[in-house]
Write a protein that binds this ligand. Structure first.
Ligand SMILES: C[S@@+](CC[C@H](N)C(=O)[O-])C[C@H]1O[C@@H](n2cnc3c(N)ncnc32)[C@H](O)[C@@H]1O
Length: 456
């Protein structure tokens, strides 16, 4: 593998005796991981039905190494959101954010959503997860992953950190800044990162990271936790950014947290003006664990009495427009979802608790997407299907993971079926995967066109 020469000489100076081991790690194949989505299946249940060769990742409950030939991205369980494919070291960051059910959590640089979907699982559908991405095309992928994992309490936005900072001052209990970086830790996985690398780019990344971090700091409530992470080795983007930030903002300090075996500590000697306790930040090295390179700093904001006035988002006042939805819920579900409803165009959503006004923000998904309000009828969304459990619907149609019918369903074909007319939750081995509508012995396919398996 060809690596940038200036990168190698810099790493040699920094790592000294460890350099040869570091270099050898580039000869190893990339490490593959998946994380069980506990919103849909418990870890134990998943291990009972698991079709892959899995080995536990020590630092994350429900994280597993898999083998290249397993191809979990091409399995019906993937479409059902039973797991998320994620680089093993990257799973450490959300573990350290450790969001709790009911909290208000922000993921500021979130696409494609590995860490957000991990945090959502920890929040157990309770509280608010604001997950944001600057670039529109990436924000769309983030939103699709939120849908596939059956997350109900997430709002997906497509904003600049500065814009969010104006709207959410001192608001979040926990914030993750998984910053855009020079990606040195991903060289083994991503040839693009190798090609784009330069010393100038490292410096530009550090500047951008400092700016993002300052906006994140404004949005954290006093006493809250801010986690900063990168997938790069350069001290400028890691200990350097954190030291500069801490030296400028005395409300923050480094929080000491449990460090897993094999993880390394921050290097004070690699930066000038290293902040107090900078060695208590975390480095993950490919020559020390089965994962790519990462850096993580956990910060705590001091308690204070900063008064803040927020403007909460109001749900629909006039619920007349919801008539067809309530009719659908009565016919199809075993309960009626409650809360603050909101209509965007003809799309119906339920807002997460405590959401602030979304006015003038670029919102991709303002909450739990329920479906489309059509003329005299309601059509349920794919997001609704993926977030429902079998006991929450009156009718379901279960397919075996190895059956020809599940393949036909994923390709968009109708399936022969007998039963009362209406909407059916289609399942794979008991886990929701989409909708079908039954009439006259045929289950009409409602698996979204854009997700269908072509050429299989
Ligand atoms: C390391 S990636 C995030 C990975 C993600 N957290 C995950 O686990 O899947 C950083 C993200 O920050 C976004 N980004 C780039 N410039 C940004 C900026 N100025 N402000 C906020 N986000 C930015 C990138 O588009 C990218 O999606």
């Amino acid at each position: 593998m060809e690596l940038p020469k200036e990168f190698l000489s810099k790493m040699k100076d920094l790592l000294k005796d460890e350099y040869d081991d570091f270099l050898r790690s580039y000869e190893e194949p990339k490490i593959q991981g998946l994380r069980v989505n506990t919103l849909k299946v418990s870890i134990e249940e998943f291990l009972n039905i698991n079709p892959f060769q899995l080995e536990r990742i020590p630092w994350v409950n429900g994280g597993f190494f898999y083998q290249e030939e397993d191809r979990p991205g091409k399995h019906p369980y993937h479409e059902a959101g039973l797991y998320y494919i994620q680089e093993p070291s990257a799973m450490a960051a959300s573990e350290m954010v450790d969001p709790q059910p009911g909290e208000k959590v922000l993921d500021l640089c979130a696409a494609p959503g590995g860490k957000s979907t991990h945090m959502a699982a920890k929040m157990k559908q309770q509280g608010l997860l604001l997950t944001n991405e600057l670039y529109p095309a990436r924000a769309k992928i983030l939103s699709q992953n939120v849908e596939r994992m059956g997350i109900k309490n997430a709002v997906v936005t497509n904003e600049a950190p500065s814009k969010l900072a104006e709207r959410f001052p001192n608001f979040f209990d926990r914030i993750l800044v998984d910053a855009p970086c020079s990606g040195e830790g991903m060289f083994r996985k991503d040839p693009g990162a190798r090609e784009e690398w330069s010393l100038e780019n490292v410096a530009a990344c550090a500047e951008r990271q400092s700016e993002i971090l300052r906006y994140a700091a404004m949005m954290l409530r006093p006493g809250g936790r801010l986690v900063y992470s990168t997938c790069t080795f350069s001290p400028e983007e890691n200990e350097g950014v954190i030291s500069q930030f801490l030296n400028q903002d005395s409300r923050f300090e480094i929080e000491e947290i449990h460090v897993y075996e094999g993880f390394d500590h921050g290097r004070e000697e690699w930066v000038s003006n290293g902040a107090e306790n900078i060695e208590k930040t975390i480095r993950i090295w490919p020559q020390q664990v089965r994962g790519e390179g990462h850096y993580i700093a956990v910060l705590r904001k001091a308690e204070s009495e900063e008064p803040t006035k927020w403007k909460y988002e109001d749900g629909l006042k006039d619920q007349k427009q919801l008539k067809d939805f309530f009719q659908f819920a009565k016919e199809t579900l075993t309960y009626t979802p409650k809360g603050e409803f909101i209509i965007f165009g003809d799309q119906l959503y339920l807002l997460p608790d405590e959401m602030l006004s979304l006015k003038n923000l670029k919102v991709i998904r303002p909450g739990w997407h329920l479906g489309t309000i059509k003329k005299n009828r309601f059509e349920p969304s794919h997001a609704l299907a993926l977030s429902l459990k079998g006991d929450e619907v009156k009718n379901k149609w279960n397919l075996d993971k190895n059956s020809p019918e599940i393949l036909a369903y994923l390709k968009g074909e109708s399936i022969k079926a007998e039963g009362p007319k209406g909407w059916y939750l289609v399942e794979v081995d008991g886990y929701s995967i989409g909708w079908g509508k039954l009439a006259d012995g045929v289950l009409k396919n409602h698996f979204p066109k854009g997700l269908r398996w072509m050429g299989v």
